[in-house]
Design a protein around this ligand. Sequence first.
Ligand code: PLP
Length: 398
Amino acid sequence: MIDYSEFFADRVKPMKGSAIREMFKRMADPEIISLAGGNPAAELFPSDELSKIAGKILMTSPIPALQYGTTDGHPKMKECAIERAKKAGAYNEGDEVLITTGANQGIDLTAKAIINKGDKIIVESPSFIGSLNAFRTYECQLVGVDVEEDGMDVVKLEETLKANPDAKLLYTIPTFQNPTGTTMSLEKRKRVLELASEYNVLIIEDNPYGDLRFKGEEIATLKSLDTENRVIYCGSFSKILSPGMRLGYIIGPAPLFEKIEMLKQVNDVHTPMLTQLMCVQFMKKYNIDTYIEKNRKLYKEKCDCMIDAMNEYFPKGKVKWTEPDGGIFLWCECPGITDVSEIVNKALEKKVAIVPGSNFAIDQKLPSNQFRLNFSSASKENITEAVRRLGEVLTEIL
Ligand SMILES: Cc1ncc(COP(=O)(O)O)c(C=O)c1O
């Protein structure tokens, strides 16, 4: 028998698969209600419209969809990305745009272009596991800064930058953060930019949920407040159209993008042309904002439904949770315990999937007394039922 582990590169050996992906394997059981993933509401996918569009493209002008395309993206798709980014104030004349195979790829390629082995990246703690894992493959050092109800703790950020003056990159999800659902205040955004300037770090602003606000006032993106061109903005069509189409984009300073584009060429040559052209036609023929509005309305209903059920079924005073103004997640903490593993396992026995907080931590080996809940994907009936079962588990253990 070959011991394949001997062949793995050192940088890959310590990597652990995402527990969320592992959970997906067990979720083949149709009875499991998942509050675990980050799937948007499938019931709203505009599948009729997209099937007509795909049919028309392939019937009337198939070659651009089936032939190789340019690495930076179809010019019309770039216009669509710019149109979305402009709504977030995230595009300035002279910025470069690259269409990526999901925002995930944009984040990965940006890190690949910037990070040497041992370099430090400052991240929110907790943060999105996909990005943390991408950063880990570059053998960097992740330095965490706590997330508060109004976003990253900027006092800790300053201390962290002081203690790590060689940090190169700051990664943040300021709006409806994954996993906490929190949003960074305007004052903190300004402070983050000041500190980034003082300590000369580049910023990746990851904003896949920005369009999904269902409460409160819009807050300016970091990119729109940035006067020094140090923000690389990552957008995505995953949560506003379809994650399976794998369409994301990054926007930022041209000199960086020359390298990033070369890395994308090596990686996958270009993002699939068919889904790019489908998105272009969708945006031309239909009003994507009307579609997004439907998502916002449904997510508000689902979020309210989850919070109502938590108030009803969770043991009183034993669990704290965030109440997001948008996005698809909320974050729970059980102050009386140190580790939610038993809760997660018992919930799974009752056929409810949730994700333990350790997944989103810098050091995934440490226990966590927190867990993440997703409210976009399950039906309202299933959300109530899953929270009821989870409430039984929490009552028993806490
Ligand atoms: C914060 C964050 N960034 C990026 C992504 C990746 O999005 P995409 O599907 O565009 O790769 C996700 C997906 O869940 C996310 O939560």
